[in-house]
Ligand binder design. Structure first.
Ligand code: FES
Length: 144
């Protein structure tokens, strides 16, 4: 085997090992959180019929367009539905009016308040909050 050929094979092999190691160990990481799809004006703006949304009526919250919408008393809260830690989905706890990450094992467990402010890590950044207005049964969720 020529020296050049040997180095070439070694280089591909080493690269493959590094790539395969990373694919196995590199999971989701902190970083920009994938957000909702903006409307035609470049900002989030959509409506929900709260009288017919099955999740809102059965469990008090739902996720639409990557935004978690929760019924809190007579009003609605809309926050990013994607955890800022490692992008798992959010849930709502009506008893505490908080938004726990769906992953609550030892490596996760982030919780946010009704304004999207992190109250328990490991997440290091807050959830984006969206404005809501209710007109009849039509809830508008939008970026101000
Ligand atoms: S992804 Fe939410 S706490 Fe880890």
């Amino acid at each position: 085997m020529e020296r050049k050929e040997f180095i070439s094979i070694l280089g591909i092999g080493a690269g493959s090992i590094i790539i395969s190691s990373c694919l196995g160990a590199c999971g989701k990481s902190d970083g920009p959180t994938p957000g909702p799809t903006p409307g035609p004006g470049g900002k989030v703006d959509f409506t929900v019929d709260v009288s017919t949304n099955a999740d809102l009526n059965s469990k008090g919250w739902t996720i639409l367009n990557s935004i978690i919408i929760a019924k809190s008393g007579s009003s609605y809260i809309a926050l990013s539905g994607v955890c800022t830690h490692q992008q798992n989905s959010m849930t709502y706890n009506a008893a505490t009016n908080t938004f726990p990450c769906s992953q609550q094992d030892a490596a996760h467990g982030s919780v946010f308040n009704a304004n999207g402010v992190k109250i328990n890590g490991p997440a290091t950044s807050n959830l984006q909050k969206y404005s809501t207005t209710l007109s009849g049964n039509t809830l508008r969720v939008f970026e101000a």
